[in-house]
Design a protein around this ligand. Structure first.
Ligand code: FES
Length: 110
């Protein structure tokens, strides 16, 4: 897992959705009901920006056609979005992305 610090993410106690670009990926950092989540910012339906949407019932909702995706699992009704690991270290939010080696290790640990 490669971790990316995001010192620009502040006030995480309040609800928020902020889009960041990490390793060429557009990612939504979401503060929702006191927890942090990181999910892809690209709606799989027609590619619109999920960071312009809102959250309800533990899901991020696309502002265009209303498809929704679970913040924890990324699951939607017919599709899914990628989720990322989140941690706070030294009071700074960090997002984790899997490396090729993580995928290889996962194959051999099965
Ligand atoms: S583009 Fe997101 S629901 Fe259609």
């Amino acid at each position: 897992m490669k971790w990316y610090p995001l010192p620009e993410i502040q006030d995480i106690d309040k609800p928020f959705i902020k889009k960041v670009k990490i390793a060429d990926k557009n990612i939504c950092i979401v503060g929702y009901e006191g927890k942090l989540f990181a999910v892809s910012a690209i709606c799989p339906h027609q590619g619109f920006d999920l960071s312009l949407g809102g959250c309800e019932n533990g899901k991020i909702i696309c502002p265009v056609h209303g498809y929704s995706f679970d913040l924890q699992t990324g699951k939607g009704a017919n599709d899914f979005i990628k989720t990322y690991a989140v941690k706070i270290k030294d009071n700074i939010v960090h997002i984790g992305t899997k490396t090729v080696w993580d995928d290889i290790k996962q194959v051999f640990n099965k």
